[in-house]
Design a protein around this ligand. Structure first.
Ligand code: ADP
Ligand code: ZN
Ligand code: ZN
Length: 813
């Protein structure tokens, strides 16, 4: 090979498990950098890859040249490569696809770039120093500026991106990135501050003197805020400016998700418990990897702990990553962080447009911000170095990504902390069994906040036995007298009520009154749910809908009985019972439109809603001081799932929703209706006592050898043909067993369960089978699955049957 070529390691965004070496031609060399995308020839195709490494030597022969370099600046720092490789290894996923998943979606930012010619470019044309292609481009641009993606069409040939970068570098062309949908204009607010030196104040009126005194203690204050302390301020500031006492100026204000400006705030005075937690973690900041579990009851002020630690980390020069499970919560958290940290916060979540997300991504990569805040995919934030990673509500199942790269962001946060020598701080009122087990195993350090701030009591939780209502008719079956009374009381005091039922729709179990056949989905083995508002039966798994006037499919009768309960029915019933109350529902049906969650939360905050009915959406982390009563309509829905985590989910859901009550000055109450009043999950939720829950649950896990005592990989096999899918599952099962019996190590370490038909045997017309691999540790499992996949790639990459490898599975049905 010639010596003056440079070689790069490229990860290809295709289902291939290796990385590849390519050569960079001299013309592209100045633009090659780790973290940029390249266009490469790959098996007669042109595909995108990512530069992982740059070398000046190679022993390989016949190396192909790359075609182009696609990015202006690196999308991720070299420090992240070990992280990507770890993920690829652990989740058994091609590293190029890992990177593709990690990068912000819709990276086709060319759409938004417009290019134009500069003065220098025009000169270059006159002086005839441009090459033929460059000249063609400049001549086109002289006529008009246009979008970068139109260049190829106008030029009638492809131009390498690198050529454009080089022209940009020489100052011949100017490129401007435009955001789709446009940016929201920054909000400005009027502020006042004291003039120094300040003229004498003796002759000022009392009111004016008050303003001056306030400004003596605060460096500046918004006029809006000042008005709350001196009501006549609006009239007085102009004259005070004239007399030279104060100056009035405009300052950039951040908006909260409700569109209001965010007032800057300062650190709160910590409670003793908060103080201990902060100082323990702060002591280890910058001293290498350590992991903490912050177990703090609902309303104990975990966010304040996060913010004060973030501030300490920033002072030490570190960047901070904050993960939050839900978009709705992100906006709340964003508001608090912006109030404290202002400009230096970047936010990443799916509610942003592609352009906005790319913008935020680059701000992080360039280290223009110190804090990145976002949902699970923010774990990939391209900070070159990180000092602190916070995972709020660490137990939340939305950290688990289903589909494509199946990862758990909570676990990855800990891995990333470890690789970066950073601190991982996991926080929750209801820690996951896995995380608390890690405390017991001394992998994590436990921090406790046992009390709510300001000595607010935890809500009093009353269990009501639904079995008493079995014979009752109509609404009395699920609105017990206790709940009715409680609602009456709260509403008459002008307080708000939250009703929780973890199922949407009107009736979840429609049955034929003549032949007894359930109304089922055409594509799934699952009952349809009646949605009265849209006059239709809907499938919650595949989206299939059918007119609500449909007859029984089996006997054609039109007498369908609408059994089963959902939030829509609860809403309707409550509207009948409390005709004067403002009632809203918050579930996936009412929040499909962008901004609808925020609108609901805003109405709740303003007091426009008296009763909010909702699914698990309402359980998560929200802080609404005027909710004094939480009614749990039926606590048992998640208890009967065929899943070893059913007890844990139930406990977490109930304890979390109960925690929404009494977060203000008035103590809260919870009425918990259940058919299983003696179940340990329910009792522990009543006592808000995750440790007692843990004690019972961990016993079961141990006896049945479930995680955290074992590790699991689930093979999810699905296909459109019933027989073929079953056969494929059998072949894979046989394969697993053959590999196992031929190897003493696997015989001792790996357990194979299945293949069995999934507990929902058909979803969206695909038949579903499963094989579960279990072992005491992750290592034997990984060795085992790799051995099987390497040898039998055809069974995993099949046109007719999809086989998914789910490491540490969550959704097991
Ligand atoms: P958690 O996340 O633990 O449920 P939050 O962080 O939402 O609780 O805090 C609950 C409320 O208590 C918030 O309104 C917060 O501003 C307030 N708070 C937190 N810490 C303090 C403190 N040290 N002093 C006064 N109020 C506090
Ligand atoms: Zn029938
Ligand atoms: Zn369906």
């Amino acid at each position: 090979m010639t010596d003056n070529l440079t070689y790069i390691d490229v990860a290809v965004a295709l289902p291939v498990y290796n990385t590849y070496t390519y050569a960079v031609p001299g013309s592209l060399l100045p633009f090659a950098a780790v973290g940029k995308r390249v266009l490469i020839p790959f098996k007669r195709r042109k595909v995108t890859g990512y530069i992982l490494d740059i070398n000046y030597k190679t022993d390989l022969k016949e190396i192909k040249l790359i075609l182009d370099i696609l990015d202006d600046e690196p999308l991720f720092p070299p420090a992240m490569i070990p992280f990507f490789i770890w993920i690829a290894d652990y989740y058994i996923h091609p590293v190029g696809e890992v990177i593709k998943c990690a990068l912000p979606g819709g990276l086709n930012i060319y759409d938004y770039i417009t290019i134009s010619i500069s003065k220098k470019g025009k000169k270059a044309l006159e002086k005839k120093i441009a090459t033929t292609v460059e000249k063609e481009i400049l001549n086109l641009l002289k006529e008009e500026s246009f979008r970068l993606r139109d260049l190829g069409r106008k030029l009638k040939k492809e131009t390498p991106m690198a050529l454009l970068y080089s022209m940009k570098d020489r100052g011949w062309i100017i490129s401007k990135r435009k955001l789709k949908g446009g940016r929201t204009r920054p909000l400005m607010e009027r502020y006042v501050s004291l003039k120094t030196p300040c003229p004498p104040c003796e002759r000022l009126s009392v009111q004016r003197k008050m303003i001056v005194d306030i400004l003596k203690t605060e460096s500046d204050i918004s006029v809006k805020n000042l008005k709350t302390r001196v009501p006549s301020a609006l009239r007085l500031i102009k004259p005070l400016e004239k007399t030279g006492h104060i100056s009035i100026f405009q300052k950039r204000a951040y908006r909260d998700p409700f569109g209001d400006a965010i007032e800057a705030d300062e650190s709160l005075h910590l409670t003793p418990e908060q103080k201990t937690a902060v100082s323990k973690v702060a002591d280890s900041l910058g001293k290498g990897y350590a992991a903490y579990l912050l177990a703090g009851v609902t309303g104990s002020g975990k966010t304040e702990v996060y913010m004060q630690l973030a501030s300490k980390a920033i002072k030490k020069g570190c960047c901070v990553l904050v993960l939050i499970p839900e978009i709705a919560l992100i906006s709340q958290m964003e508001r608090r962080f912006r109030a404290r940290f202002g400009e230096c916060v970047a936010v990443l979540h799916s509610g942003l447009s592609a352009g906005e997300r790319y913008d935020q991504w680059l701000r992080i990569a360039r280290k223009e911000v110190k804090i990145a805040l976002g949902a699970r995919s923010a774990v990939f934030s391209p900070f070159p170095d990180i000092g602190l990673i916070i995972v709020d509500e660490e137990h939340d199942t939305s950290y688990k990504q289903e589909g494509n790269l199946r990862y758990n962001a909570r676990d990855l946060a800990v891995v990333r902390a470890k690789l970066n020598g950073a601190i991982a701080l996991l926080g929750s009122a209801t820690p996951s069994i896995e995380s608390y087990y890690n405390v017991k195993a001394e992998k994590y350090t436990e921090l406790n906040l046992k009390n709510r701030v300001e000595k607010r009591p935890l809500p009093e939780i009353k269990i009501v036995d639904l079995r008493k209502s079995r014979g009752k008719r109509g609404f009395r079956r699920f609105i017990t007298p206790e709940l009715y009374e409680g609602m009456n009381q709260a509403l008459s005091h002008g307080e708000q009520v939250l009703l929780f039922l973890n199922r949407r729709g009107f009736a979840s179990y429609p049955v034929c009154g003549i032949c007894g056949e359930a109304v089922k989905c055409k594509n799934c083995d699952i009952s349809l749910t009646l949605h009265r508002k849209s006059n239709a039966y809907k499938c919650h798994y595949c989206g299939f809908t059918m007119a609500s006037a449909s007859n029984c499919r089996s006997c054609d009768s039109n007498k369908i009985i609408q059994l089963g309960l959902g939030t829509e029915k609860v809403e309707a019933v409550v509207a009948d019972l409390f005709p004067d109350a403002g009632i809203k529902r918050m579930d996936r049906d009412t929040t499909t439109r962008k901004g609808s969650i925020v609108k609901l939360l805003k109405d709740l905050k303003k007091g426009n809603i008296d009763i909010l009915v909702g699914t698990q959406m309402v359980t998560k982390g929200h802080d609404f001081p005027n909710i004094t009563l939480v009614g749990i309509i039926c606590a048992d829905l998640s208890l009967n799932f065929p899943d070893f985590r059913a007890g844990e989910r139930t406990f977490q859901l109930l304890a979390q929703v109960a925690g929404r009550a009494g977060r203000g000055d008035i103590p809260g109450r919870v009425i918990l209706q259940t058919y299983n009043p003696d179940h340990y999950s329910i009792i522990a939720a009543r006592d808000q006592d995750f440790k007692s829950f843990y004690k019972t649950e961990i016993g079961f896990r141990k006896a049945l050898n479930y995680p955290p005592f074992s590790r699991m990989i689930q093979l999810k096999i699905s296909g459109k043909d019933k027989k073929m899918t079953g056969q494929h599952a059998q072949i894979l099962g046989d394969l697993c067993r053959t590999v196992q019996v031929s190897n003493q190590y696997f015989l001792k370490t790996v357990q194979i369960l299945g293949p069995i038909e999934a507990s929902i045997p058909r979803i969206a017309r695909r038949y579903r089978w499963q094989i579960l691999l279990k072992s005491m540790g992750a290592k034997p499992l990984h060795k085992f699955i790799r051995k099987i996949m390497l040898k039998n790639n055809v069974y995993f990459n099949n046109r007719y049957i999809k086989v998914v490898v789910d490491v540490d599975p969550f959704f097991m049905m």
